[in-house]
Design a protein around this ligand. Sequence first.
Ligand SMILES: [Zn+2]
Length: 457
Amino acid sequence: MPAAQPFTPAHESWSWTDDVHAYEVARDPSLFDVAASIPPRPTGGPGRPAEHPMIVYVFYAALAGGVVGSCTKAAGWIRQPQHWAWLKQVWAEYGIELRDNGPCRRTLANGLKAIRPHVPAMAEELRQTTLELAQMIGICVDGDDTSASPNRRNTVVADGTVPATRIKKSTYQKRLENPRLKKDGTPYSLPDARKHVEGGGHEVLGEKFVLLEARLSDERNTRVILDVRPCPSSTPGGEAAVATEAILDLRHKTKKLHSAIYDGAFHSVNIDPLVKAGMIVISPPHKGTTKPRFLRKLTKCQCGGTHDLWTVRGALCVQEITDTGDINYTMLPERKVTFNADVNDYRCYLSARLPCGWLHMERLDSTRADAKTKFKRTEHLRQHPPVTPEYKDKYGWRSDTESTHSNLDRILYNNRMIVDNVIDQQTILIGHAIARNAITRTTWLVRNAGGTAAAAA
Ligand SMILES: [Zn+2]
């Protein structure tokens, strides 16, 4: 039987075997926090008393979704006498008492079902506890309240992902058309799923989730998954709306979150509230914005003349006619983005140099007049349009979401979601976040405490 402590990586080159990873997850503060958000079933109350403390089921989800990648393997790991004895010893230090024998697979599966009503509370707790982790390692802690050119550590990247269903698309279709019956006469259950078209036109059958994350630096294992939210088909505005709400929520928790990066699924309806919340949004404008659009005639310039202002792919431009009679659109130089605090929110301005030499200020968040004319300001005027160095430097940070999604696929058995029910899927993703973040936490403690994670805890 292993003693309680020796599995902590002593240095960075320690390899993250499943056992090492599982032992770190078992002692991760986020695991305890998320488990504590589930009320224990009272022994004298209605329903059967819980067979095991709630942390057992959350740990099961974290192992299955973030370490070993399957429910069977996770149950097997927990059931092994030496692992169970180790958990019993470690969790006793936190005042959690375990029975002498570990749960069987069916008990764990039923536990996952029993905690379904508490998944929203678990998700909220995950947001709290992961923000604490992020701030502990240096994400969203410094900088001005608003920042025109945010650092990586003050930036959140988000994207939707659709883990493929446990069964293949063809099997799903067959069972849908011709329900096969089990020996007891009941039909095989079908996983919760919808068809989604991913980037590149690739069709995936599954449930969609939005993941939010931030990263301290280019250094390995400095990523924190901050939020996991489902995107039910009924959500107006879909994935982008869910992401917007999640980012706003995070911004309300910390003003040190300065910017958000999202793919082309972000429309003005998503960007505007974030800009008004004082944030920078970096996201590619739609194809339609490539065609020059007349913004307005500037009649009150201090030079005494007038200027026609245009927008092209998010940039504020002026028209220039060349010697040969061609029309060019030139982005106004010396761009500077600033925020002014309003009563309830922020106003965002662009200052840029006109051809006459005077500076011009243009609002970048929507105005009351825009509402009347239905002008989608945040679609046509971007804080950092694609031609700017800021966009070119920072949009690439979005690739972190792709690594996280491919990491999730790689861990999950057969690269497929391992549970069918959509709420259980969210539980597995919450578990995945806990398990991935445990690597970040341990790595940080090892790097910064100069010793083992357990010694630093
Ligand atoms: Zn002028």
